[in-house]
Design a protein around this ligand. Structure first.
Ligand code: NAP
Length: 559
């Protein structure tokens, strides 16, 4: 893939045919990383845009997720925007930045680009309706006001809609209940408390070691064991920062082509080419380096070859058994029956080591669901008395937040009805029947470091708007057949990986939500190959798109 075209520079104002009666050129829904980056681009294109955000502050995920231990799993220096104005005046302090620092960063971005006057906080978008007469969008909010716009950008986040399973008896529980995504501002003191945590995904893996140090007793309720990789977080020295700045161009270039959108070099080797002893040495090195580098700097075929995956999966099980003292607990913590990567591997900061503490125990709930009683949790015949329960039960990912907004395109068709069998998009960014609706880091976008996905898609959409403007078009809509072709490509890409396995719950196939249609909701081939597919489309002159004009549509409806 070529690196995506550079972002628009100020002064490259676009012009579209006048559209009397609209309030703004663009409404952007959401003020997380995607919404903020989109607003910057709209300003650069000379378009009048506003963000509407339901929360009391910007940051999205990084505003809401204040749970103990919350930090990025991506290297901090590529968890941001490669924009000249901010590239060198922000100093990350750790390899994985904390929630607070990540939130400070996005605030710094908003300040630098003077975005605040264009952001409306504490306002929820409830509907977005395509007005056939005006060929524009009407955005309805919980304040009862409407905003009309030429374009709508959804920047509602991939992991924003918490999944809160209905646990029998929860309303009768007399202790305290916390959901990680709605953590109280100012934190919670668990000193002298008996605490339960339900869930062992990436969120819980961050919470558990921190709460374990504070609580009198911590019980971890695990339904499925995960392959947890050591994060190896560390402080960034002045020397590290100088190095990162000196190599900034190269680092961003690499992140655009690396499968996960990170600053990681591919290993350039396949597992089968090495003896078992050599494989072990390579994996040991990857384990020591830590983070997602374990997945990519060891063997290039971990996600595409069953044999290579089995070697890496067995290696991790061996590590778990060597770290955890109690063999029974170690065995329960070992993932079984599914390959590494089939669930998104969490990064741990002394996660497995935490189970060697006297005040921490693991409760297996794989055979019996959790039911809640007034003073604790029941699992089959066992009862666990606790003072507080933390739920870290994940998200209705990718489509969950979009489904809560009543989005209606041509002929009043609702987006959620259009997607009953899973999302169908044109390269994750547009949908047929929904002209001028643009999704940033939307369904079927790459499973990768989200700011990188955002950067890629925002630049791509920016270029698309320039093309439309040059063509004198102000209505962009994909052809239904191009959307179907892309769906087939997304599924074929998934089939070429180890990611699809019957009976394994994961959010990127929608299988973690009971009743949700199972479909590949993300591009699982990596950011670079997604870019390649997008390049093919651009080089074909956007053959999958219709560029139309409002005036022509209005004339046609009158005739
Ligand atoms: P998750 O990976 O979906 O994990 C949810 C956990 O809750 C799983 O262990 C699941 O068990 C359990 N669970 C769900 N429903 C349950 C029920 N009814 N009874 C018992 N257990 C139940 O969610 P997550 O941990 O919030 O992470 C989601 C994604 O967010 C991650 O994969 C990652 O992409 C992102 N994330 C990123 C960071 C970061 O970058 N720093 C941090 C946190 C999260 P099963 O596995 O059996 O379904």
């Amino acid at each position: 893939m070529n690196a995506p075209s550079p972002q628009a520079k100020p002064g490259q104002a676009l012009s579209f045919p006048p559209k009397p009666g609209i309030d703004v050129d663009a409404v952007i829904i959401g003020a997380g990383f995607s919404g903020i980056r989109t607003l910057i681009e709209m300003k650069r294109l000379g378009l009048n845009a506003i963000i509407i955000e339901s929360g009391p502050d910007i940051g999205g995920t990084w505003y809401w997720n204040r749970y103990p231990g919350a930090r990025t799993d991506s290297q901090a220096w590529v968890y941001g925007f490669p924009l000249d104005e901010i590239r060198f005046d922000w100093r990350w302090t750790e390899r994985y930045s904390t929630q607070a620092q990540t939130h400070d960063y996005i605030t710094h971005v908003a300040n630098t680009f003077n975005l605040w006057p264009s952001i409306r906080l504490n306002t929820s978008v409830e509907s977005a309706t395509f007005d056939e007469e005006q060929q524009s969008w009407i955005i309805g909010t919980d304040e009862g006001s409407n905003v009309s716009a030429r374009f709508v950008f959804t920047a509602t986040g991939q992991l924003s809609q918490p999944h809160v399973p209905k646990f029998d008896g929860l309303s009768d529980f007399t202790g305290d209940v916390y959901q990680t995504q709605y953590w109280p501002e100012g934190g919670v003191d668990f000193t002298d408390k008996r605490v339960a945590i339900v869930g062992t995904g990436a969120t819980a893996v961050q919470v558990i070691p921190i709460v374990a140090k504070q609580a009198k007793d911590l019980k971890v309720f695990q339904r499925t064991a995960n392959y947890v990789l050591p994060a190896r977080n560390d402080a960034l020295s002045d020397h590290d920062i100088a190095d990162l700045r000196a190599n900034s161009d190269e680092i961003w270039e690499r992140a655009f082509t690396q499968p996960f959108g990170m600053d990681i070099k591919q290993a350039g080797r396949l597992a089968a080419d090495f003896t078992p002893e050599e494989q072990l040495r390579i994996l040991e090195r990857g384990w020591e380096i830590g983070g997602f580098r374990f997945l990519f700097e060891t063997f290039d075929d971990i996600f595409s070859d069953d044999g290579s995956n089995a070697v890496a999966s067995d290696f991790i099980r061996g590590k778990i058994r060597s770290i955890v003292d109690d063999p029974e607990t170690a065995d329960l913590l070992c993932p079984k029956g599914y390959p590494l990567g089939n669930k998104r591997p969490p990064l741990g900061n002394y996660y497995y080591e935490t189970f060697n503490r006297d005040n921490v125990s693991l409760v297996d709930i794989s055979a019996n669901p959790v039911t809640i009683e007034p003073t604790g949790i029941r699992v089959g015949d066992e009862f666990h008395e606790v003072d507080a329960i933390i739920f870290a039960t994940g998200y209705d990912a990718i489509t969950g937040t979009l489904a809560r907004i009543d989005i209606r395109g041509r002929n009043g068709v609702a987006l959620k009805d259009r997607w009953t069998n899973g999302p169908q998009t044109y390269f994750s960014m547009l949908v047929d029947g929904f002209p001028n609706l643009f999704m940033v880091a939307g369904p079927q976008s790459p499973f990768a470091n989200i700011p990188m996905v955002t950067e890629y898609t925002v630049r791509w959409l920016s270029k698309l708007l320039k093309t439309a403007s040059e063509k004198g078009s102000d209505l962009i809509e994909p052809k239904p057949e191009s959307v179907e072709q892309f769906r087939q490509l997304v599924e074929a890409v998934t089939d070429a990986t180890v990611f699809r396995r019957d009976g394994v719950r994961n959010w990127f196939l929608g299988s973690n939500i009971p009743g949700k249609a199972e479909a590949t909701v993300m591009w699982l081939g990596g950011l670079g190959t997604f870019g390649d597919a997008c390049d093919v489309e651009v080089n074909s002159g956007y053959s999958g798109l219709e560029f139309e004009k409002t005036a022509d549509k209005q004339a046609a409806s009158l005739s």
